[in-house]
Ligand binder design. Structure first.
Ligand code: ATP
Ligand code: MG
Length: 140
């Protein structure tokens, strides 16, 4: 089991409802270590850059509005198979389809305001971590 790092975001719907600590507990209970973390407000432009892979999707504009509508907590998670492990603890994109006990099943409001983001591949994890963190800000 390779030790990996992945980029996680606690989205504005969750920070608004004061769920940062509860979500962090889910991540830590799943064996993921939070090795970097900061609470920031994304500008519309920074949200667009982050989600550039989705720019042709019909939900892109709404998604960028939502992601810049309130504070987010960006974090780097480290652990064995961290990318897949985080996707597992997050649950399906649509909370109605998410497994019991997952973060999205427990906390998400709907398919857009779904409380968390997680990188979906090693390549995207590397890009997304570098989008928010310098090497010196990550302490494993
Ligand atoms: P994320 O990338 O945030 O971890 P994901 O990989 O499960 O989520 P993606 O397909 O990458 O899902 O979509 C990115 C985000 O866009 C979703 O998390 C959600 O906030 C939003 N989104 C996805 N599909 C829809 C949709 N059909 N309608 C509205 N918003 C959507
Ligand atoms: Mg995704």
């Amino acid at each position: 089991m390779a030790v990996e790092r992945t980029l996680s975001i606690i989205k504005p719907d969750a920070t608004r409802r004061n769920l940062t600590g509860k979500i962090n507990a889910c991540l830590e209970d799943a064996g993921l270590r939070i090795v970097a973390q900061k609470r920031i407000l994304l500008t519309r432009e920074r949200a667009e850059g982050f989600y550039a892979v989705h720019k042709e999707r019909p939900f892109f504009d709404d998604l960028c509005d939502f992601m810049s509508s309130g504070p987010v907590v960006v974090q780097v998670l480290e652990g064995g198979d961290a990318i897949a492990r985080n996707r597992q603890v997050m649950g399906a994109t649509n909370p109605e389809e998410a497994d019991e006990g997952t973060i999205r099943k427990r906390f998400a409001e709907n398919i857009e305001a779904n409380s968390v983001h997680g990188s979906d591949s090693p390549e995207n994890a590397a890009f997304e971590i570098a989008y928010f963190f310098d090497d010196g800000e990550i302490v494993g």
